[in-house]
Design a protein around this ligand. Sequence first.
Ligand SMILES: [Zn+2]
Length: 288
Amino acid sequence: MAYVSATDMVIDARNRKYAVGHFNLNNMEFIRAFLLAAQETQSPMILGVSGSTAKYMGGYRSIVGMVKPFIDHLAITVPVALHADHGNFAQVLDAIDAGFSSVMFDGSSLPFEENLHKSEQLVEICRKKGISLECEVNGIGGEEDGVVTVGGTADPEQCRRLGLIGINMLAAGIGNIHGKYPADWPGLHFDLLEEIARITDYTPLVLHGGSQIPANMLRRAIALGISKINVNTECQMAFAAAVREYIEQGKDRIGTGYSLQTLLSPGVEAIQRVAMDKMMLFGSVGKA
Ligand SMILES: [Zn+2]
């Protein structure tokens, strides 16, 4: 069964020191590209869906209804988790109800005790249903669904408390940023990552904003306990560049080059390439 929770994937990744790629969907083309990339590289994979993507694609139910048959249609055999990315409490419940196999509750903007309490409630719900749960402490920098925050670092004590309530994955800010990284970005805080990994008792850790972080930093982060890396921006940029090139070359004006399946196919190939490169870098190739 290819459609699974992320629980076993991230435990295996933590144990064998690689990271599972979390790739954000933006439309149907992304589903196709990522599924093909995972199958071709024999990688376990997490498909991420932000709240805004859920709205755009017709709600969580529509996405479950599209991804599950798509897996069968392409005869995908590697494990794939469908993960609601950065949900508030109501969105997480909605995604669970819709049939997502994995969810992220982002209570990072709430007072910590409330974040912890709500996370505990979700641990119970998810455990009963066999769904994996990711929680977050503090804000991760950058822009997420129009909300811009400065690159933050997590409080280790909060990480310890949240990491030990039975969640499956912990997202903590270690200087990482959503979206494009500024030229003067100081890099990841490895001392902090090392400390968080130590005091959270082997909880698989998640790195958000994985686009554009240099390869050597990613390898070091994986060695220190990062077991899931989120990638979105880089795929969107690759898609846009490939489709722009197609149109700038006037190919849409030749024959039936205007056909959307043809016009968007360079974009699909571009995202598939980016995803496969990331899987190679994260070490997930052949781990399915
Ligand atoms: Zn994120």
